[in-house]
Design a protein around this ligand. Sequence first.
Ligand SMILES: NC(=O)c1ccc[n+]([C@@H]2O[C@H](COP(=O)([O-])OP(=O)(O)OC[C@H]3O[C@@H](n4cnc5c(N)ncnc54)[C@H](O)[C@@H]3O)[C@@H](O)[C@H]2O)c1
Length: 399
Amino acid sequence: MAEMAATSTSDAPAQGRLTIGVPREIVDNERRVALVPDTVKRLTADGVRILVEAGAGTSAGFVDSAFEVAGATIVPDARAVYGQADLILKVQKPEPSELALLRSGTTLISFLQPLVNTDLVRELARRGVTSFSMDAIPRTTRAQSMDALSSMSTIGGYKAVLLAADFLPKFFPLLMTAAGTIPPAKVLIVGAGVAGLQAIATARRLGAVVEAYDTRPVVKEQVESLGAKFVEVDMTGIEAQTQDAGGYAREASPELLRRQQEAMTNRAIRSDVVITTALVPGRPAPKLISEETVRQMQPGSVIVDLAAETGGNCELTVPGEIVIRHGVTLIGLLNLPSSMPYHASQMYSKNLQNLLALMVKKGQFSIDMSDDIVAGTLITRDGEVVHEATKARLQAAVG
Ligand SMILES: NC(=O)c1ccc[n+]([C@@H]2O[C@H](COP(=O)([O-])OP(=O)(O)OC[C@H]3O[C@@H](n4cnc5c(N)ncnc54)[C@H](O)[C@@H]3O)[C@@H](O)[C@H]2O)c1
C-alpha cells in the first residue's frame, strides 16, 4: 500500500489529504473535461481537495462557478494545478508541455494507449510519475462502471449515424407523402462491438433498414435483438478462432479477410450508408472496404469510418477529414466523443469516480495491488513500467 503524501505549498492541505488537479485539455479540438461538478461534489464530500484550472470545463458546458459550488477551487493556470496536485485527472495523454509540469511522485490518470505510446510510457516512468490508463480497464463485469472505452464508443456509434444522416442526400425513414413514397435508407454496420451496436440502435431509431457484420459470431444474437439482420460470411474450410479469451476479436487470417472483403463489397454496393467500427486491439484496423468497392457504391452514399484513428477500415479514408471519392462521401473524423462534450465528460467523469472509489477512502489515496482492476490499469510506478502487456511491447521493440 503506497500512501500519497500531500504536497507542501503555502496553501498546503491537511496532512495526507489528497489533492486532485483537473487541468484544461490543450489538444486541438478536445472539448471534454475529466471531472464534472457532480463528481467533484462527491469527492469533496469524501474529504478530497480539488483544484480545477480556470475554464477547464467551459467547452463542455461546465462553467467555473458550477465547479466552485460543487466544492472545487479554481486556479488560474496549469502550472498551479500541476504544482499543487498529488493526482492529476485528464482525458488526453499528456503533451510535452504537460509532461514537463508533472512532478516526480505525482499520479496521473488519463487515456494513455500505452501499447502505442511506448515513448510516453518510458518518459512517465523516468520522471517517477505513477500512471493509470483508462483504456487499460479490464473488460470484466465488475469493471463495467469504469469502462471509459465503452462510454466513448457509445458516443462514437451514435454520432457516426447522425453524421451519416446529415451527409446522405436522402431520408433515413420510410415516408409516405403526397409527393410519393420514399423507401427507408439501407445502412450496413461493419463491426458490432460497443460502437457498432449503438450505431445499429441509432440507425434503427431513425427508421433505416440495418444489417451488420462482425467477425465474432457470438454477437449475431445482439445484432438481431436490435432489429438488424446479421450478415453471414462463408466460413467453409476455414478453422478460425475469431475471438480471444477477453472477448476481443483476433486478427483475421488472409483467407478469412478476403472472404470478409468479398461479403462487405456485396452488401456495401446495395447500401446508402456504411459505418465501419472494426478494430483489433493493438493492431492496425482491418481493411474491409476496398477502393474498388467504393467505386461500385451508389453516388451520394456515405461511409463513416470510426476506425480512422488506427488507419481506417476503408482503403480511401483520410484520417481527420471528410472527402469525396468516386462520388461517395468518406468521413474519417477523429475523436467524435469530443463533439458531444457534455455527455462525454459526464460519462468519463463517472467512470473516473467509480475507479477512484477503489483507491480513495476518506480523502486518502492508496494503491491496492490485490485489486485486479487497479493492478490491470496501473502502467508505471516507482520509476518502472509495471503493466505486463506494455512491458512485453517495450521488450519486443528493443529485441
Ligand atoms: N465490461 C465488459 O464486460 C465489456 C465491456 C465492453 C466490451 N466487452 C466485450 O468486448 C467486445 C468488443 O468490444 P469493443 O467494442 O471495445 O471492441 P473493439 O472496439 O476492439 O472492436 C469493435 C468490433 O470490431 C470487430 N472486428 C474486429 N475485426 C473484424 C473484422 N475483420 N470484421 C468484422 N468485425 C471485426 C470486433 O469483433 C468488435 O466487435 C464486446 O462486444 C464485448 O464482448 C466487454
